[in-house]
Each structure stands twice: as structure tokens, then as C-alpha cells.
Design a protein around this ligand. Structure first.
Ligand code: SAH
Length: 405
């Protein structure tokens, strides 16, 4: 269905996208490798013996560990975890994500965030929270849109809050977003472990846990974050659902294997729904050297979010970006670009993001909104006879097609 109420969002799109952006920001092209085609280096090039030792001594001490515990250790162990140690994102890393492929991705999300802030009645304070910000590229592109549309915010105060477990990545984010204008907290266990300011003076704070982000009107974005969170894995056996665990290969003390527990575990008896893991037989090799991801179960997220919110989507990345005006943005960038190789890169990064065979249908957008966002405005009491036009809530951009008429 074509909905023609998105004029405000379209106005935002035109205000951001008609002026050309700075040449340095014009294209952020990266190798055409995505997390979808995650390929880690051969194991012998990146051995992580300390992680393997850590896991085998843990299993020896307490028995097989769940896949969730394995993922937690491998990805976020404070000393040897994959995200804590490695610079895995980008052309020389193990995988690349949409914000790293093209600036357009973050710009369209910037427009979406402003549109949602307007739809929520322009609260005086906006906390933009990002979970797992990687290199900080998405936040940086969003903030560029914020600067271009500064007048829309008026008196509202805007701040950025990053939830990140990796010290190495938080350094990178700080460089990208604040240059040299950030400092670490004095004590290592401070909830805000780093803070700084962007060149435009916007405050940025870093946390390890979302619970430490101050309360206040917040728009939370999480890109390629939920798939990095630990999952439990189950297998259906003749005796019912059983949990799959990680154990040591009996004949080979430095190799891991998957086993099915003979009796129910706490997880298998409490969870009715299994989760689908991601090539788990491969990920037992050289733990800590490669990324682990799981398919995101959106219906589970919806159930866990409960009745306090309304959910939209999931819609495919292609649908969302097209609804947000990616074609128009591409045309503007191409119009302002004469260099043949940059034009080629612009087109291929657009293709990577939207092609159904590439990232277009593999990745999805999902949104949880407060009920009030989509509620019909209440009829004022005592004016029942007055035929006043009721204004409908702003449609949620990206999830419905925008009308440019
Ligand atoms: N959003 C970025 C990076 C995705 S990779 C992008 O799309 O490019 C996953 C990110 O989540 C990394 O920054 C990683 O360090 C972070 N991360 C993983 N597990 C986390 C956890 N439990 N808490 C906070 N951050 C986490």
C-alpha cells in the first residue's frame, strides 16, 4: 500500500540530501566482503592458544559448557575475547557491515531517527543510544545528518551514548567521533568508562552495560548486535528437547566437540523454543580467532519486549532503504561526482546494500516503539460538537513507502 503521509520525512531527506556532502564523506567504500560471507583467516595464521586453554580448563573443572557460555567467552572474555582483542571490522578484518560499505546507510538512519524524534512530539532531550557501535561509522554518519539539520532540533539537547564491551573498539569509536576530545574514567569500574565531545560539542559517553545509560527519552539503535549475543542450542531427541553443549574431544585434549546432554538442562526445560546456531561445527576450531553469529529471532525479541511496546517489521533491508529514499540519495551523489571509479564504487555499494542476492534480503529492520507513538491523538474533552480535524500520528518512516508527491 502506498501511503502519502510521509511528506515531513521526505522534507528531511531533501534537506539533507540535496546539498552535496564533503568530498571525504562522499564515499566510504570497503571491500565487497560482508559479514554474510564472513571469512576468517586460516586458523594457523591467528592461533588463540590462551582462549583454547582457558576453555579446556573450564570444561575440565565444571564439565561441558553451554553454547551460550562458549559464545560469551569466545566473543567478550575481557582478556582474550574476539571483540575485546581484535580489529575485525573492515577490509583487512574478518567481516564488513552496511555502515562500513556506504555512508548512505547511516545518513538514512539519521533521517529516520530525526523523523521518530519528531513523531514522538519533539522531546526536549534526545539520547541517541547505540548498542555495539563497531568502528563508530554509523554514529558518525548519523551525527553528520544531525549537524545538517541542527535547526530542526531547536532548543532540544542531544547526546550520544555508546554501549560497547571492547576496549579496542571503543578507542576506535572515540577517535572517529571525538578526535582527541575524550578521556577514560579514572577508575576502571566506573559505569561511564569513557566520555568526550564531538567537534560540534555533542557529549558522548561509553558504557559496558545498557542498564548504566541514564533514563530519559532515548532512541536506541542496534546494528548487527543481536546476532552477536550468546544463544543456547537445542536438539530434538527421542527423549524430547536436549541442550547441545561444548565438550573436549576425548582422544584429542586440545580439540572441542559438541555433545547433546542426556538429561534436561535448566535452559532446555525453561525455553520452549530452540534457536538456530550458525555453522557451529566450524566455530569450535581455534576459538577467539573468528566471529560467531546467530540468526536473530525477531519473534523472540517481540515476545521479550512485552506488551509495553508496538513492533514494526521485520522488513528487509532493501525495503527499508528504498522506503527511506536510497535511490534519490544515490542519484544526488552520482550527480555530484565526475570521477569514474568513485561512481562505480557508489553504484556497487548501493547494489551490495540493496540487492536481494547480497545484503538486501539477508538483513532486516525491526523497530520497537512506545504505544503512544502510534496512538490516535485523544479527542479534547468538551469539544464533541466541534468538527476539528484530528491529526494522525506521523507514519514510521522506512516501514511504509514514502510519497514524494
Ligand atoms: N554495529 C557495528 C558493529 C557490529 S559488530 C556495525 O554494524 O558495523 C558487534 C559490535 O557489538 C562490536 O562493536 C562488539 O564489540 C559489540 N558487542 C558484542 N557483544 C557485546 C555486548 N555483550 N555488549 C556490548 N557490546 C557488544
Amino acid at each position: 500500500m502506498r501511503i502519502s503521509l510521509g511528506v515531513k520525512t521526505w522534507q528531511l531527506v531533501s534537506r539533507v540530501f540535496i546539498p552535496p556532502v564533503s568530498p571525504t564523506a562522499a564515499v566510504r567504500w570497503r571491500a565487497s566482503q560482508t559479514r554474510l560471507y564472513c571469512s576468517s583467516l586460516p586458523e594457523q595464521e591467528k592461533p588463540q592458544p590462551s582462549m583454547l586453554r582457558h576453555l579446556t580448563s573450564k570444561i575440565k573443572a565444571t564439565g561441558p559448557i553451554s553454547v551460550a557460555e562458549y559464545m560469551r567467552e569466545v566473543l567478550t572474555n575481557p582478556v582474550t575475547g574476539y571483540y575485546v582483542r581484535n580489529n575485525m571490522l573492515g577490509p583487512s578484518g574478518d567481516f564488513i557491515t552496511s555502515p562500513e560499505i556506504s555512508q548512505i546507510f547511516g545518513e538514512l538512519l539519521g533521517v529516520w531517527i530525526i523523523s521518530e524524534w519528531m513523531g514522538a512530539g519533539r522531546p526536549k532531550q534526545l539520547q541517541l543510544v547505540e548498542l555495539g557501535p563497531g568502528k563508530g561509522s554509523l554514529a558518525s554518519d548519523v551525527l553528520r545528518v544531525f549537524s545538517q539539520l541542527q535547526s530542526v532540533f531547536g532548543e532540544a539537547s542531544v547526546s550520544l551514548h555508546l554501549v560497547e564491551v571492547s576496549p579496542a573498539l571503543s578507542e576506535l569509536q572515540a577517535q572517529n567521533l571525538t578526535g582527541t576530545c575524550s578521556q577514560k574514567a579514572d577508575a576502571a569500574d566506573e559505569p561511564v568508562y569513557r566520555s568526550g565531545k564531538t567537534a560540534a560539542g555533542l557529549p558522548v559517553s561509553w558504557y559496558r552495560r545498557i542498564d548504566d545509560v541514564p533514563s530519559g527519552f532515548s532512541i536506541i539503535i542496534a546494528h548487527e548486535f543481536f546476532d552477536a549475543l550468546p544463544i543456547h542450542k537445542f536438539q530434538r531427541t527421542q527423549k524430547g528437547w536436549r541442550e547441545v553443549m561444548v565438550d573436549i574431544e576425548p582422544e584429542k585434549p586440545d580439540q572441542l566437540r559438541l555433545v547433546v546432554t542426556p538429561s534436561p538442562t535448566l535452559a532446555s526445560s525453561t525455553l520452549v523454543q530452540g534457536f538456530k546456531g550458525h555453522q557451529l561445527h566450524d566455530v569450535l576450531v581455534s576459538p577467539g580467532s573468528a566471529d560467531l553469529t546467530a540468526d536473530v529471532d525477531f519473534s523472540y525479541l517481540r515476545t521479550m519486549a512485552g506488551g509495553g511496546v508496538v513492533s514494526l517489521g521485520p522488513v528487509t533491508q532493501r525495503t527499508f532503504l528504498k522506503n527511506m529514499g536510497i535511490d534519490t540519495r544515490l542519484q544526488v551523489l552520482l550527480r555530484n561526482c565526475t570521477d569514474a571509479s568513485t561512481r562505480k564504487q557508489l553504484i556497487s555499494s548501493y547494489d551490495m546494500l540493496t540487492n536481494p542476492e547480497k545484503m538486501g534480503e539477508r538483513f532486516h529492520f525491526f523497530s520497537l516503539l512506545h504505544h503512544s507513538r502510534l496512538a490516535k491523538p485523544q479527542k479534547p474533552e468538551g469539544l464533541r460538537l466541534e468538527k476539528k480535524k484530528q491529526t494522525a500520528p506521523l507514519p514510521v518512516a522506512g516501514f511504509t513507502e514514502l510519497s514524494f508527491s
